[in-house]
Design a protein around this ligand. Structure first.
Ligand code: SAH
Length: 253
């Protein structure tokens, strides 16, 4: 065979070998830089931990509402905590979120959310945005979520992560939860994630008829109270013994 033809054939093969992998890389949807590959081991690990959390910490302990379980299967809890705590994000306990505050144990988030009986067209108020995790769970379930946080830095970072994750139905304001958020009242549900000594009257006033409020009440010892407002009365049911950070009255800078 003519040596000239052999070298042309070899050169052609080399060009093919170099081009095919780079074309394949360009065509792959995961190589665009916009999306992380679904086979990313870190993401898979968190998804797996989240499924374990839902099955063993929530469903096995009696959380039944499939909408709540689905919401908690979806919200990436690890993205709401500092990167140094990420590996513990799905463990069965609270976690620090800075400024001496904590994100509640997953079971308590699920329990409170289930007790609030949130329908898809509900308007919900949360007191104590913290890192924004509970607000995101509510955002999966309700039509509109309003959340108040007294520490401005926490409110800012919660706003950032919620917007990064695409929650357009959640509004966070820096303010004092004792006043509630009268402009958007009445609320079908109110979830309070810091403990006052007594249930604030303004929050009862801002709850809709047939609405539910879930609120830890007390100082050192606290009870989780599920309050139902009917046309003519307020019914309070004391459920779990819980431990939340106190609900503060003054702004902290
Ligand atoms: N729900 C939060 C955790 C809440 S920790 C989450 O998912 O991360 C309790 C939060 O309540 C803290 O961030 C604390 O700063 C806030 N807080 C305490 N007193 C408050 C008040 N009077 N008004 C609004 N927020 C308050």
């Amino acid at each position: 065979m003519d040596l000239g033809w052999v070298s042309i054939a070899l050169l052609y093969c080399c060009i093919l070998l170099i081009c095919i992998p780079s074309c394949a890389a360009e065509l792959s949807p995961n190589s665009s830089g916009l999306e992380r590959p679904s086979s990313d081991p870190a993401i898979e690990q968190f998804e797996w931990q989240r499924r374990q959390m839902v099955e063993y910490q929530l469903r096995d302990r009696g959380v039944k509402d499939e909408r709540v379980l689905a919401a908690m299967s979806k919200v990436p809890r690890h993205q709401f905590v500092d990167s140094s705590w990420r590996d513990l994000a799905y463990r069965d306990g609270p976690l620090p979120i800075g400024h001496n505050q904590t994100i509640s144990q997953p079971y308590i988030v699920a329990y409170m959310t289930e007790a609030a009986e949130i329908s898809p067209d509900a308007k919900v108020l949360e007191i104590g945005t913290g890192c924004g995790y509970q607000a995101a769970v509510l955002g999966e379930l309700a039509k509109e979520v309003y959340s108040i946080e007294i520490i401005p830095q926490l409110a800012d970072s919660a706003r950032q992560i919620l917007s990064k994750l695409g929650y357009e139905n959640i509004e966070v304001k820096t303010g004092d939860g004792y006043q509630g958020w009268a402009e958007n009242a009445p609320y079908d549900a109110i979830i309070v994630t810091a403990a006052p000594k007594h249930i604030p009257q303004s929050l009862i006033d801002q709850l809709a008829i047939n609405g539910k409020m879930v609120i830890p009440v007390g100082t050192w010892y606290q009870d989780l109270v599920v309050l139902t407002k009917t046309q003519d009365r307020i019914v309070e049911e004391r459920t779990l013994a819980v431990r939340f950070v106190p609900m503060r009255r003054k702004f902290l800078q």
